[in-house]
Design a protein around this ligand. Sequence first.
Ligand code: ADP
Length: 169
Amino acid sequence: MTTITLVQGDITRQSVDAVVNAANSSLLGGGGVDGAIHRRGGPAILADCRRLRASQYGKGLPTGRAVATTAGELDARWVIHTVGPVYQGSGSDPALLASCYRASLEVADELGARTVAFPAVSTGAYGWPMADAARIAVEAVRAAETAVEEVRFVLFDEQAYRVFAELLR
Ligand code: ADP
């Protein structure tokens, strides 16, 4: 049984087994959650990401997929990097966004992670409207068959928190 919890705050401050990063396919850093994770987590995360680029992800991590690295200095064991789709209006594919959650939970299961913190993937630089992205996120987590005990959505601002809280009511 997976419990979904909500926190308003900074995902880099969470004590969990795994923190999910809203990465981009280069795996080499960016803004938003990605920038915050690398800043607080330190260079060990980027070093792992570079190794992934030099090995199985030479062309980068495809959209909707997930891969783990060390969590460096974060209070977590792993960072699970996933690449959300860029919002393209009616041309957007919700299945790709759902896949980020499903794939991240699959990686969490492989690692044995029991508590996993997610940001609202694709809702920042990638532009996906919060209400729609939140519904997709919650449905994807509810539908997942996973041994993860707690999925914690960490929402940066109050408005995003309210959207998730309304869905989980
Ligand atoms: P994407 O490129 O997938 O859109 P972003 O990192 O730009 O990813 O934004 C994803 C969401 O995470 C946005 O709603 C943004 O407000 C939020 N966010 C940004 N920084 C943090 C943080 N430190 N902790 C939690 N959420 C954050």
